[in-house]
Design a protein around this ligand. Structure first.
Ligand code: GLN
Length: 505
């Protein structure tokens, strides 16, 4: 049996049956990481020893007839924004390059509790700010479908490692699209659950009213399996929902007959790549053939999503990232010039005190350019005299966007559409133009602003062989239907089974 070809559902079943040992499974994926990571750069840290030791314990327990967890033997890659007690957690930033958390994030401890095997930490945009993975302080991730292209971001490493069969499952985080967009550009399935569905204890905060953790895998059924383990209330995160966790894997069977799916004609306006538009329309046709009804709906405020998001997210980021000052948290600069007694001369900045110099230089040296841009944007928008014009206004528009969804969900059960306006773009193509990079989030930010769930999965390929993503969104806690509709689509199509050519893996 070749574990790299198996779904997560099959891996877990094979380990449980004794047809596949957890060690053999871990070894297979670890060898694939060792062979492929040099070209893809999806992992920042790999824990070969820990993963094999954990797998050996699971095998021993199974052989001894002792109980094993629901994810026993399943290798999982974790985005480097989630704290891990046995591995550094860098957020792909120089600021946290040597940070070793003292505890596991709630998601990570739930995975361990379920006997999943954490194989390593994945590359990302620094502090999850970006849509191409090019903002990583440790080099960009390459898209396994075409190494000259971006995998999307910010969970680019998580998406690329699943697409390249280096892990059957990865964990990502999504503040404005960071699970769904890279999943779409890498041809895998990614679920952003409802705000609060998964605890964020141990998730390094970017924008706290938007951040959510979710699974990325090759299929909706695999996402359902992982969500069952990571979802649920956590007293350590007061924003985690007190709501029971359904058995998502058992709710996939029901057909789509009678399910109403909204289609937003504005999504197909100027700017949408024609091949993407075609793939998305064909996906609607498949869902219709599966029994769903497709209805055109209006989302009048959707066009304000990107400007609203790019005020609220930087405002929250500027506050969350204030803690990285070289004293409370984060990398501290080398000894300050002022302390050495050589106060600014020859044109160097004159700092008020050694302390101020230490703060400024620690932050200046530790953060990359995009993170600094967000901190400045957020600080400006929150400052006295501007707060009402920017932050308060954005919060009002956020409310209107949420209302659009509430109104739409009076008439439809799901909303479908593109996840990204173009297929994977070239590395370097948008790095000189922050606005062009922000616009890649056009179709994804609204779900975060409204706090609802969304899923993305492949619905076709361009002529040049790049994956096209389809997005479904559901009302709060609508994960069972999101997963069921996506799973139904995947039973009827085989886009999700395609793999990048061996030569580029
Ligand atoms: N691309 C968006 C941003 O740069 C979304 C990032 C995310 O979801 N973490 O903020």
């Amino acid at each position: 049996m070749q574990p790299a070809e198996l779904s997560a559902v099959d891996i877990v079943a094979a380990v449980r049956q004794g047809d596949l040992s957890a060690v053999q499974c871990a070894e297979t994926f670890l060898s694939r990481i060792e062979a492929g990571n040099g070209s893809i750069n999806a992992f920042l840290n790999v824990d070969r020893e820990g993963a094999v030791a954990c797998a050996a314990k699971i095998d021993a327990r199974r052989r001894a007839g002792q109980p094993i967890g629901p994810l026993a033997g399943l290798p999982v890659a974790v985005k480097d924004v989630l704290c891990t007690a046995n591995l550094p957690t860098t957020c792909a930033s120089k600021m946290l390059e040597h940070f070793q958390p003292p505890y596991d994030a709630d998601t990570v401890s739930r995975l361990r509790q379920a006997d999943a095997i954490i194989v390593g930490k994945t590359n990302m945009d620094e502090f999850a700010m970006g849509g191409s993975n090019e903002n990583s302080a440790f080099g960009p991730v390459r898209n396994p479908w075409d190494l000259s292209r971006a995998p999307g971001g910010s969970s680019g490493g998580s998406a690329a490692c699943v697409a390249a069969d280096m892990a059957p499952v990865a964990i990502g985080s999504d503040t404005g699209g960071s699970i769904r967009q890279p999943a779409g550009l890498c041809g895998i399935t990614g679920l952003k659950p409802t705000y609060g569905r998964v605890s964020r204890r141990g998730l390094i905060a970017f924008a706290s009213s938007l951040d959510q953790i979710g699974p990325m895998a090759r299929s909706a059924a695999d996402c359902a399996l992982v969500l069952e383990t990571i979802a649920g209330h956590d007293p350590g995160d007061s924003t985690s929902l007190v709501a029971s966790v359904p058995r998502y894997t058992e709710l996939l069977e029901q057909p789509l007959t009678g399910v109403r799916i909204g289609r937003v004609p504005d999504h197909f306006a100027e700017g949408l790549d024609p091949e993407v538009a075609k793939g998305v329309e064909e996906a609607f046709a498949v869902l219709k053939a599966a029994g769903a009804t497709v209805l055109d709906i209006r989302m009048p405020h959707a066009k304000y999503g990107v400007p609203t998001y790019y005020l609220i997210a930087p405002c929250e980021a500027s506050s969350n990232l204030a803690r990285y000052d070289g004293a409370h948290y984060g990398r501290r600069c080398e000894e300050t010039a002022a302390r050495k007694g050589s106060r600014a001369s020859n044109g160097a900045i004159a700092y008020d005190s050694p302390l101020v110099e230490m703060y400024c230089r620690s932050r200046g040296e530790g953060f990359g350019p995009e993170v600094k841009r967000r901190i400045m944007l957020g600080t400006y928008a929150l400052s006295a005299g501007y707060y009402d014009a920017y932050y308060a206004k954005a919060m009002k528009v956020r409310r209107l966007i949420r209302q659009d969804y509430l109104d739409a969900f009076e008439h439809v059960d799901l909303i479908g559409g593109p996840v990204s306006a173009t297929p994977a773009f070239k590395l370097g193509e948008k790095t000189g133009d922050p606005l062009a990079m922000y616009l890649v989030d056009l179709y994804t930010v609204a779900a975060n602003l409204a706090g609802i769930g969304g899923i993305s999965f492949p619905c076709g390929f361009t002529k040049s062989g790049l994956p096209i993503g389809f997005q479904l969104q559901a009302p709060a806690l609508g994960e069972p239907l999101l997963l069921r509709a996506s799973d139904r689509f995947q039973r009827l199509t085989d886009w999700h089974l395609r793999r990048p050519k061996k030569s580029v893996r």
